[in-house]
Design a protein around this ligand. Structure first.
Ligand code: AMP
Ligand code: MG
Length: 354
C-alpha cells in the first residue's frame, strides 16, 4: 500500500471531525463519511449531486462487525460474508438501529461490505466505525479507479484523498439482497454470479429490474461525456468508420478478436481478451476517450458470464438514454448510428446507482 501511516491517521481524524475522505478500495475509489454522522452523510450526497433517496454502502473493517450494523444476520448472509469478505460483495440486510436513515435513502435495509484493500482496511481499523461510501465521482458519471480521477472530478470538495494506486478489480461490488433466504443479485459486480452460486449451492435470481425502491429512473450511469453506442462485435469497425465519415470524433472499443486491425477513427482502445483485465481498465478507457475529445464511442458487449456480466451491465448503462443531459455533453447530433445498437441493448438493468 502506498498511503503512509500518517495519512491513514489524518484521514481517520477527518472522518471523526465529520469530513469527507476519498479512499481506494479493490473495486473503485469511494467517497467516505462517518456512517453514524447524518450531517457528514448528507455532505456526500451534496458533493456528488446524488439524489438523497439513493442508498449508500456501509464499509466495515471486519466480518465480526457485521452483527453491530444489521438487525439480524441470516444464515446464508453469514455464509457469504465469511466466504467473500474482505471482497467485492455487498450484502443488503435489515438495518440496525445505529445506521441513520440518511445513509439508507430512508429504507429499512442497509447495504454492507468489507473491502479488500490494505489502505481501506487500515483506514477502517484506525477509524473504528463504519464508513458510508459511494463511488467518488459526480452522480451518473464514470467511477474513479485512480486517485487522480478523484482529484480531477471532485477536487477541493473532498477534505482528504488517500492514494492507494489503481484499483485491482475496477468495477463496483456485486450487490446481493440477503434479507431473506431467497437471494437475488441486485447489481452484478466484482464477485461473479458463478462464484456465488458455487458457495450457496443453488442458482441465483438476477432480476432485470431492481427491487430497490427509489423514486425516479436514471437509465444513464457510468457515462462518459461522449455518447456510447453498442453494436455487435463484428460491426464495431464499420460502424465506427461510418460515424467518423459523418464528422464525429469517434472513439473505438476494439474487441480483442479484431486486435491490431486498422480503424479509421479518432481514437482506438484495445479491449483486453481477459475479463478481469477488461474490468480493471473499463472506466479508465471511457475517461481516456473523453480526454482525447471523442464525441461518440462505439463498443460491443462481452459475453455475459463471469466478470463479463458486470462489464456488460456498465456498458449498457453508459449507453443508456440521458434523462438529464450534462451541460458539457455534445447534443445528440444527426447521423449518430444507433440502428444496430437496439439489437443488443434492451435488457438494461434499471438499478439506481451513482
Ligand atoms: P455506489 O453509489 O456506486 O456505491 O452504489 C451503491 C449501490 O448500493 C446502489 O446501487 C444502491 O442502490 C445500492 N444499495 C445501497 N443500499 C441499498 C439497500 N438498502 N437496498 C438495495 N440497494 C442498496
Ligand atoms: Mg457509483
Amino acid at each position: 500500500m502506498s498511503a503512509r501511516n500518517t495519512d491513514i491517521e489524518k484521514a481517520a481524524g477527518v472522518l471523526r471531525a465529520g469530513g469527507l475522505v476519498a479512499f481506494p478500495t479493490e473495486t473503485v475509489y469511494g467517497l467516505g463519511a462517518n456512517a453514524e454522522d447524518p450531517a457528514a452523510v448528507t455532505r456526500i450526497f451534496e458533493t456528488k449531486g446524488r439524489p438523497p433517496s439513493h442508498p449508500l454502502i456501509v464499509h466495515l473493517g471486519s466480518v465480526e462487525q457485521l452483527a453491530d450494523w444489521v438487525e439480524e444476520v441470516p444464515e446464508t448472509a453469514r455464509l457469504l460474508a465469511e466466504h467473500f469478505w474482505p471482497g467485492p460483495l455487498t450484502l443488503v440486510l435489515r438495518r440496525g438501529r445505529r445506521v441513520p436513515l440518511e445513509a439508507t435513502g430512508g429504507l429499512e435495509t442497509v447495504a454492507v461490505r468489507v473491502p479488500d484493500h490494505p489502505v481501506a482496511l487500515a483506514l477502517l481499523s484506525a477509524f473504528g466505525g463504519g464508513v458510508t461510501a459511494p463511488s467518488a465521482n459526480r452522480f451518473g458519471s464514470v467511477s474513479p479507479t485512480t486517485a487522480d480521477h478523484v482529484r480531477a472530478e471532485l477536487g477541493e470538495s473532498v477534505d482528504f484523498v488517500l492514494d492507494g494506486g489503481p484499483c485491482a478489480v475496477g468495477v463496483e461490488s456485486t450487490i446481493v439482497d440477503a434479507t431473506g433466504e431467497e437471494l437475488s443479485v441486485l447489481r452484478p459486480g466484482g464477485v461473479t454470479r458463478e462464484e456465488l452460486e458455487a458457495v450457496v449451492g443453488r442458482p441465483l435470481a438476477v432480476p432485470a429490474t431492481s427491487r430497490v425502491r427509489v423514486p425516479g429512473q436514471h437509465p444513464s450511469h457510468y457515462a462518459p461525456r461522449a455518447r456510447v453506442v453498442l453494436v455487435e462485435p463484428e460491426k464495431v469497425i464499420a460502424e465506427a468508420e461510418a460515424a467518423q465519415e459523418l464528422g464525429h470524433r469517434v472513439g473505438v472499443f476494439l474487441p480483442a478478436a479484431f486486435a491490431g486491425a486498422p480503424v479509421a477513427a479518432h481514437a482506438v482502445v484495445a479491449v483486453p481478451g481477459a475479463m478481469d483485465e477488461y474490468a480493471r481498465e473499463l472506466y479508465g478507457f471511457l475517461r481516456e476517450l473523453d480526454q482525447r475529445g471523442c464525441d461518440l464511442i462505439v463498443a460491443s458487449l462481452p459475453e455475459e458470464r463471469g466478470l463479463g456480466l458486470a462489464i456488460a451491465n456498465r456498458l449498457r448503462r453508459a449507453a443508456g438514454p440521458r434523462t438529464v443531459p450534462s451541460a458539457s455533453a455534445p447534443s445528440a447530433a444527426a447521423g449518430v448510428p444507433t440502428g444496430s445498437a437496439a439489437s443488443v441493448v434492451p435488457t438494461a438493468s434499471s438499478l439506481q446507482e451513482g
